[in-house]
Design a protein around this ligand. Structure first.
Ligand SMILES: Nc1ncnc2c1ncn2[C@@H]1O[C@H](COP(=O)(O)OP(=O)(O)OP(=O)(O)O)[C@@H](O)[C@H]1O
Ligand SMILES: [Mg+2]
Length: 161
């Protein structure tokens, strides 16, 4: 696990963009964090870096949205899911199978329904209104093998400890 500090939304988006540059088809990113922590902002920065031109909005009411970029980007928000069975309707294995990357806000709430191979991005509030910690954890082989490259890509924002 490693983490970075941001003090403006643009910085969180820049971290997301750096991560997007390392993504490949089939990748899954699980976004964790309280309401307003910056999960959607992360997805916006990520999508822009993939070349998505349409506005990336919060999919809270639709659960899932799809955007076209260098890779297709599936953007899910499972905040409203109350039972794990409902996840089946989202057909996550099908989303991951294909030329796409998948980002799931509140994905930690449906871990049993996800493959054991993803990047967890955890956003937490800091002292100032615009301060956030962006903690990353590589789960499974696909991301663990890219951990060093990932840390290198976000070096500018990493904790100096
Ligand atoms: N350092 C920062 N990183 C990310 N967002 C920030 C930061 N500083 C301020 N913000 C603001 O915090 C808000 C984050 O909102 P966002 O919708 O991305 O949160 P969220 O985690 O997706 O919330 P929800 O759980 O409701 O989906 C935005 O208004 C953004 O401008
Ligand atoms: Mg959101």
């Amino acid at each position: 696990m490693f983490s970075a500090q941001t003090s403006a939304v643009e910085q969180t988006k820049a971290i997301a963009a750096a991560i997007a540059g390392m993504c490949r088809a089939g990748d899954l990113i699980v976004l964790v964090g309280d309401l307003g922590a910056g999960k959607t902002a992360f997805c916006q920065g990520f999508g822009e870096a993939l070349g998505v031109t349409s506005p990336i909005t919060s999919p809270t009411f639709t659960l899932a949205q799809e955007y076209e970029g260098r890779l297709t980007m599936h953007h899910l928000d499972v905040y409203r899911i109350e039972q794990l069975e409902e996840v089946r309707d989202l057909a996550i294995p099908e989303l991951l199978d294909g030329d796409a990357v998948t980002l799931i806000e509140w994905g930690d709430t449906i871990i049993p329904a996800l493959p054991n191979d993803f990047l967890e991005v955890r956003l937490t509030y800091g002292d100032g209104d615009d301060d956030r910690t962006v903690a990353m954890r590589c789960v499974g082989p696909g991301w663990s093998s890219r951990s060093a490259g990932l840390q290198n890509a976000i070096r500018a924002w990493m904790d100096q400890t």
